[in-house]
Design a protein around this ligand. Structure first.
Ligand code: AMP
Length: 302
């Protein structure tokens, strides 16, 4: 038998489609005494996703990524059909990062005919995204719990980019005794500050320039906090002005976003509104540039 390993297989990565095979795969890793980390994604991968893979790789013996564009978390007029799908490239990126396996379930294996169970999201899902995307978090907690059932890992890594989603998943995992540790990774940004997102590829160059208003607004708020501002109304007003392009802290672009869904500062743990910045808080923005809805956030310390 030829024992030399072809170079193309040095970083072999399993591509698994079946939920049952996925579960057996994780249990066999665990049987070998390995710790297993999970990185759920919807694909169209960028450095933000890969940073989560690296976090998992640092603390786990094996890392499983998932790629599934989950239909139940999209609203009726959202971008499910046009969501970017770049599976081959994604697999290559994951393989190069040393991922052990990628789970790519079909829509039919996740939501077969007759599927009807949806998980009710925790209370922290109600404000903000919960108002603008009413069914979104029910879809998110349902798919995340399903992925946890298919891939019974030790740890799962999520990005702070989707701040409320991270908090919702933490609460769901705690409330339902899931027994998987939720780990959060920092927001990865482009060099000009734009938070990386699979949806950034929808933006034209002119829209991309206007999309910078989100990170600029957050920067304006944190600079004001550093100068001593503690009044949340004032800070939120500053963020809105900056989003509208009526103040220009950055050198690029001159006009604002097309619509602000919210630009708020809330308690970083409970996500309840604040009057004064007297505890760890998070500034959160959701805004539209053209038809693209973008979100971003930043922690603010008093
Ligand atoms: P998505 O593919 O958009 O569902 O995102 C999959 C995971 O990647 C989620 O946990 C996101 O919060 C995380 N993520 C997306 N963009 C970023 C980013 N720019 N920095 C860090 N994590 C991110």
């Amino acid at each position: 038998m030829n024992r030399s390993v072809p170079s193309s297989l040095v970083h072999a990565m399993e591509v698994i489609h079946s939920p049952d095979v996925a579960r057996d795969f994780v249990w066999s890793l665990r049987g070998e005494g390995k710790t297993v980390g999970l990185v759920p994604t919807m694909g169209a991968l960028h450095q933000g996703h890969l940073s989560l893979v690296r976090i998992s790789r640092e603390s786990c013996d094996a890392t499983i990524a998932t790629i599934f564009v989950n239909p139940t978390q999209f609203g009726p007029n959202e971008d499910l059909d046009k969501y970017p799908r770049t599976l081959e490239q994604d697999c290559e990126l994951l393989r190069a990062e040393g991922v052990t396996a990628v789970f790519v379930p079909s829509k039919e294996s996740m939501y077969p005919d007759g599927y009807s169970t949806m998980v009710a999201p925790p209370k922290i899902a109600r404000p903000l995204e919960g108002v603008f995307r009413p069914e979104h978090f029910s879809g998110v907690v349902t798919i995340v719990l399903k992925l946890f059932q298919c891939l019974p890992c030790h740890r799962a890594v999520f990005g702070r980019k989707d701040y409320q989603q991270w908090k919702v998943i933490e609460a769901m995992t705690r409330d339902l005794n899931v027994g998987i540790e939720i780990v959060a990774g920092d927001i990865i940004r482009e060099s000009d500050g734009l938070a990386m997102s699979s949806r950034n590829r929808y933006l034209s160059p002119a829209q991309r320039a206007r999309a910078l208003r989100l990170s600029e607004s957050l920067h304006a708020a944190s600079s004001a906090v550093a100068r001593g501002e503690r009044d949340v109304q004032a800070l939120q007003g500053l963020m809105r002005d900056c989003l509208r392009g009526t103040v220009a802290p950055g050198a690029t672009g001159s006009t604002g976003v097309d619509k602000i869904d919210y630009a708020v500062i809330v308690d970083a743990e409970t996500m309840v509104p604040l009057m004064q910045l007297d505890r760890p808080a998070v500034a959160l923005i959701a805004a539209r540039v053209g038809s693209t809805r973008l979100i971003d956030n930043q922690l603010l310390m008093p």
